[in-house]
Design a protein around this ligand. Structure first.
Ligand code: SAH
Length: 272
């Protein structure tokens, strides 16, 4: 058995939502110095050029016509790399601990005695709205905010998110992975007492050159999304903060896009 001291450290690193400028300084330093890099979809391709050419790079995301590598295989691969490499970066879109399975990987590695550290990233739920000038809190319009996944609705045959309860429990709702189930989510929110006129926005591939958004009353949002052809990955924001938008403060979009996962419930967007 390899002595503890000889094990490499696995860094769970947030890549930010797309614009490479939104990488943290710490993430930049780790990417520039790592000797192994494990990454999946929703990671800006430009960041993959930061490590040295002899860095061992492994893609564990979805490829056209294939499923993504099961989580358990990724866990095992990270553990193996810790025995052969010194600084392993596990790069994840946005923040590793926000709907990113970062905690599952950290728990697994820690359980094996492998050093693991997290480097937070800028999560899509905050940055993507900001890139259309939309604040997710506001003294007048949003004192509470809920980050919620829309994936669970179709994923497990059971429902973990109580949408009807959420409808009146929070000022701002930021929905990740919600685009495919949007009609069902909105129906439940309305059934739970959400005002049909509540302003809402859906933003696809935010902070990249392919950013696109629609805005309208929540009851109309599914139709607006359908008509505009807006696709995953997208963030949906529901709440009166949407009326507080200051479009002029949105940063210019970078001339970059991101690899889009090619199958699965969050991945309708396909490149031709
Ligand atoms: N850990 C990530 C979230 C992973 S879940 C984070 O902190 O941001 C993947 C979902 O995030 C996508 O389905 C989409 O809802 C959202 N997402 C990630 N990047 C996005 C982007 N650039 N634009 C819009 N939505 C994005």
């Amino acid at each position: 058995m390899v002595a503890q001291a000889s094990l490499g450290t696995v860094h769970l690193v947030g890549a930010g939502p797309g614009d490479p400028d939104l990488l943290t300084v710490r993430a930049h330093r780790l990417l520039s110095t790592c000797d192994a890099l494990v990454y999946d979809a929703l990671v800006p391709t430009q960041l993959l050029a930061l490590p040295s050419p002899d860095c061992h790079k492994v893609f564990v995301g979805k490829r056209r016509g294939h499923h993504s590598i099961p989580q358990q295989s990724t866990n095992k691969m990270l553990a193996r790399l810790a025995h052969t490499h010194k600084t392993i970066v596990r790069l994840k879109g946005g923040d590793p601990f926000v709907f990113g399975r970062g905690a599952e990987e950290a728990t697994y590695l820690h359980g094996l005695g492998i050093p693991v550290q997290v480097t937070p990233g800028i999560t899509a739920g905050i940055a993507v709205p900001a890139y259309i000038g939309l604040p997710v809190t506001h003294r007048e319009a949003g004192s509470s905010i809920t980050f919620v996944t829309g994936h669970e609705l179709v994923d497990k045959g059971r429902q973990r998110v109580d949408w009807q309860a959420l409808a009146t429990a929070t000022d701002t709702m930021v929905i990740y992975m919600g685009i495919h189930s949007l009609a069902a989510i909105v129906a439940q929110l309305l059934a739970g007492g959400l005002d049909a006129a509540t302003p809402a926005a859906a933003i696809q591939q935010g902070t990249t050159a392919l950013q696109k958004h629609v805005i309208g009353p929540i009851a109309a949002l599914p139709q607006l999304v359908r008509e505009s052809g807006l696709q995953a990955p997208a963030i949906v924001v529901v709440g009166h903060v949407v009326d507080q938008r200051i479009p002029a403060c949105a940063p210019p979009l970078p001339n970059v896009d991101m690899p889009i996962p090619l199958s699965g419930p969050t991945t309708a967007a396909r490149r031709s």
